[in-house]
Design a protein around this ligand. Structure first.
Ligand code: HEM
Length: 151
């Protein structure tokens, strides 16, 4: 169960990042190029938020089976920095990032003009992306390192 969630959660990061980058691409293109907000833009906005919610569910699934999170709760000194990262920092930063993404997506949907929709989506999605990039355990991260691909 642990390896299943870990592998899926690790690979799904690429799906989340692709959705978010596509959303940002459409948002900045529409905002700066003064384009109309099309049904495709709306689908991209909605899909990017939904993919992040799937990752949130996978993350919380992993949270309850991960030995590292367990070590964090037991204050296991041997795993201290990594356990702190996965037991608290990663989870907190990612949860906040997905809340930011969700608020941005909901606000964009309710804006009255196309320019406002694109602008709202661009700004809130950028904030969420920065937080996500910071909290991913990249092989070069100063906080915790994990492989780029896990099979
Ligand atoms: C966009 C959101 C997220 C992304 C992109 C993401 C990405 C990742 C990545 C790349 C790993 C390393 C996997 C590996 O070892 O190969 C990881 C580990 C982990 N994630 Fe996330 N994550 C996200 C959100 C969350 C959330 C919301 C939670 C929990 C509530 C969570 C819980 C965990 C845990 C517990 C681990 C470590 C498991 C272990 O090594 O035992 N993640 N995450």
């Amino acid at each position: 169960m642990y390896l299943f969630f870990l592998t899926l959660h690790s690979l799904f990061r690429w799906v989340v990042l692709t959705g978010l980058l596509l959303g940002l691409g459409r948002a900045y293109r529409g905002w700066l190029g003064q384009k109309p907000f099309t049904p495709f833009d709306n689908t991209v906005r909605h899909t990017a938020a939904t993919l992040a919610h799937v990752q949130l569910m996978l993350g919380y699934g992993l949270y309850f089976v991960s030995p590292l999170v367990q070590a964090f709760h037991l204050r296991d000194a041997e795993h201290a920095p990594t356990a702190l990262f996965f037991g608290f920092q990663h989870v907190a930063a990612m949860t906040v990032a997905i809340v930011v993404l969700t608020i941005g997506s909901a606000l964009a949907k309710r804006r009255s003009t196309d320019a406002e929709k694109f602008r709202t989506m661009a700004l809130w999605f950028t904030a969420a992306l920065l937080l996500i990039l910071l909290a991913i355990p990249w092989p070069f991260s100063p906080f915790a390192t994990r492989p780029l691909f896990r099979f």
